[in-house]
Each structure stands twice: as structure tokens, then as C-alpha cells.
Ligand binder design. Sequence first.
Ligand code: HEC
Length: 314
Amino acid sequence: MKNKISLSTKFAALFLLIVGMNAAAYYFMLQNIYLQELKSQAKTVVSNVESFGAWVAQNGRVWVKEGSKESFLTQELYRASCENVDDAGFVHFYSKNPALAQREFSEVVAKSSSPAKFHMTSQNVMNPVNAPDGFESMALAIVTKTGASEYSEFADGQYRFAQTIYHKASCISCHGDPAKAPEDVIKRYGSERGFGFKEGDVAGVISVSIPAKPLYMRALNFVGVKELALILVPFLIALWFVRSAVISPIKKLTETAHDVSTGKDTPIDIANIDLNTNNEVHQLTLALHRMRNSTQLAMKKMREARAEADKHRK
Ligand code: HEC
């Protein structure tokens, strides 16, 4: 099939292709920045949670004087002569191990105005309250299978991030063999769940959720009139240049060549053209000008020759 498409159309198509590809490139770049930003927020939350756990672990466990019966792990009684004394003159203290303290921290954060929420969970939870949700189950399955240290996903207006945590030797005293676990842990949680781990096993994940609109909705905040203009105007300038420097002159030269072919005496303006020009369209104009002159000369000679021949015949 012969190609009948004009250069203008081809250039416009090329232009749209380039604009489209540029837009896609900008979109992917923005998306990378956006995801990195969300990930770094999530990682900050994870490291705060870990630091808080480390602080509790540094003290072995922390003891609090007030505690609901729900959250107690060990209840120790100290004879004391201060307030909060029971009938027998004892003050009740409740201990919080790191994971318990982290869960209570997470519950406080869940009620706070902080957009980022977190949750510590495992494929084998000691406390059913910590059971994984859909995303967390998938993240746990993936990090356990692949050995990845993190997993993240964008779904339902949420950025979800899971950081893998591993069991250390110190964790196994409570999460290893239930027969060797502290009595208070067994008493409170039973010996069914949260045990059987070895050092180095995936203990679970700290999962973080951050509400986040998909990028195409956020893009309206990033891309304004100024940004669009800076992307589009250079292409419009290129389009204008190709039309005025190439396409229009070629149209004009085509008409001239047509006139020359029909023997019409047509003017070709070369007054403003340097004979050594590097401009290809100008070179074409000069060549056409030479061709017209030689054609006219040839035609003139032909006519003269015919007139001569006619004269002789008579
Ligand atoms: C003193 C005993 C003890 C030690 C030591 C301990 N844990 Fe736990 N862990 C618990 C208890 C109790 C819970 C349940 C807390 C709650 O009620 O939310 C728990 C919960 C967890 C959870 C949340 C899921 C679940 O099972 O409910 C993870 C994950 C976890 N621990 C990991 C670890 C890691 C990693 C270490 C070592 C750095 C560790 N634990 C050390 C007692 C312990």
C-alpha cells in the first residue's frame, strides 16, 4: 500500500506519541517518589515501634501500678504505704513485656489522630487479638516463603507495609517450648498458641497502614497549569518550526515545480538565499531555480529548432 499520509499528520502523530510517552515517564517517576515517600513514613513508624519495644526490653519488662485485669501479665504485690492500696494494704503492680507494651502502644495510636497506624502480628499468634488481617496473612506468607525483609501493597486507599521480625535467642524463652515458658505467660495465654519457634524463625511482621490516595488522584495536586505549559509549549514550538521551516516551503516549491512542468513561467525568489546555504529547503529552491532555467532554455531551443525546420520545409 502506498503511503499517502502528509508530513503534518505524521508529525502530529509523532508529537502525540512523544507527549504521551513523556507523560508516562513523568507519571512513573512521580509514582516512584510517592511510593518511596510512603515507604519511608512506614519505616519511620516501624523503627519507632521497634525502639519502643527495645526500651521495654532494656528494662526486661516494665511495671505499672494501674492496670486493667485484662492486660495484666504478672501481678506482683508490694507492701507499700502509698495510695492505691487494697484492703490488705497491698499495692498492685502489673508487668508489661515488650510485645504487650507494643500492642498497648498500637491501641493508643489507633485511637489517636495519627494517620499511620500499626499492628504487630504473626502466623502463630500468642494473643488472638493480634491475628493477622488479609494483607498481613499474605505478607506473612510471602516473607516466610521468600525470606524478604519487607512487603508492601497499595489497596483500598491504603498504603500497607509489613516489616519482617525474626526471633532472637532471647525471644525463645517465651515463644519456644511452652514447657519452658514463664508460668505467668502460660497462665495468661495458655500453651496452645505463639510457641514452637526457633531462633532465626520469622516471628511475625510489624504492619503499618497509611491512608493514601492513588497517584492519579494526587497528581492533580502536583501538576498545575505551569507544569503542563512547560511540558506542552516546547512541543508546540517544535510543531510550529516544522510547519514554517519545512512543510509550508515544500508546499510552495511543489506548486512552483508543477508550474515549471506545465511550461508556465513562474517566478522563484532566490534574492534572499545565500548560494552556499546549508539550509536544505533553500538548497532545494536553488536547485529548482536552476532546473527551471535549464528547462526554459531547452524549450526555447526546441521551439527555435522547430521554427527553423518549419522554415526549411516551406
Ligand atoms: C516475656 C515473654 C516474651 C518474650 C521474651 C517475647 N515475647 Fe513476644 N509475646 C509475648 C506475649 C505475652 C505476647 C502477647 C502480647 C499481647 O497480649 O498482645 C507476645 C506477642 C508477640 C507478637 C505478636 C503476635 C502474637 O503472638 O500475639 C510477636 C510478633 C512477638 N511477640 C515477637 C517476639 C519477638 C521477636 C521477641 C524477641 C525480640 C519476643 N516476642 C519476646 C511474650 C514474649
